[in-house]
Design a protein around this ligand. Structure first.
Ligand SMILES: O=P(O)(O)OC[C@H]1O[C@H](OP(=O)(O)OP(=O)(O)O)[C@H](O)[C@@H]1O
Ligand SMILES: Nc1ncnc2[nH]cnc12
Length: 188
């Protein structure tokens, strides 16, 4: 469900949480490359009360019993994933950039808004049929998310949901991931 309120801030966990996210995003022009408007969520992470409400909002949206594990995508996704996992009382599985995992891993290369990268997950990361909530801070082109969702499935997990704090709608990530549902606290 996507809600709209009078100030035009949209999100699918309600206008109050969307406002909170909007209030803690800094726009940084030309980072990390000319032409990119970088959305910096560090102020949100640094505000304990806002961070708590954001984490609680994500758990409430999906339902505490709807997932058995949380996947976080390196690096900013780790911040959100660990907090959600703790709040829900489940474990967290890191999806890491290439070469960081110590044991046999599945690998997926992809392009993102400002570059290319490879992500990996341990082959034994999930119990068969585990319902996995995948979280990240930002959805832009969807390259990172698409690679991660594929990795989760290759490793035997079942994707229970995909949540981001902020979606850059004009970059088409949601359409790229369709028909998989995308939950974004704030869409711009
Ligand atoms: O939708 P996309 O175009 O794929 O972009 C979204 C990804 O870009 C950022 O990660 P980045 O690779 O910059 O890594 P970081 O978290 O280590 O900064 C962000 O945290 C997402 O993971
Ligand atoms: N514009 C952007 N701001 C922050 N993170 C991003 N990841 C991909 N594009 C991004």
């Amino acid at each position: 469900m996507t809600e709209t309120h009078s100030a035009g801030v949209r999100g699918d966990s309600g206008p109050r949480v969307a406002e909170l996210v909007a209030s803690r995003v800094l726009d940084v022009p030309d980072f990390p490359k000319p032409g990119v408007m970088f959305k910096d969520l560090m102020p949100l992470f640094a505000d304990g009360e806002v961070f708590r409400q954001v984490v609680d909002g994500i758990v409430a949206y999906h339902g505490r019993d709807a997932f058995d594990a949380v996947v976080g995508i390196e690096a900013r996704g780790f911040v959100v994933a660990a907090a959600i996992a703790y709040a829900a009382g489940v474990g967290v599985v890191p999806v890491r950039k290439a070469g960081k995992l110590p044991r046999p891993a599945y690998s997926a290369s992809y392009a993102l808004e400002y570059g290319e990268a490879t992500l990996e997950v341990h082959e034994d990361a999930f119990t068969a049929g585990h319902r996995v909530l995948v979280v990240d801070d930002v959805l832009a082109t969807g390259g990172t998310a698409e690679a991660t969702l594929d990795l989760v499935e290759r490793a035997g997990g079942t994707v229970a949901g995909f949540t981001v704090l902020l979606e850059l709608g004009f970059l088409g990530g949601r359409e790229r991931l369709a028909p998989r549902p995308v939950h974004a606290l704030l869409s711009v």
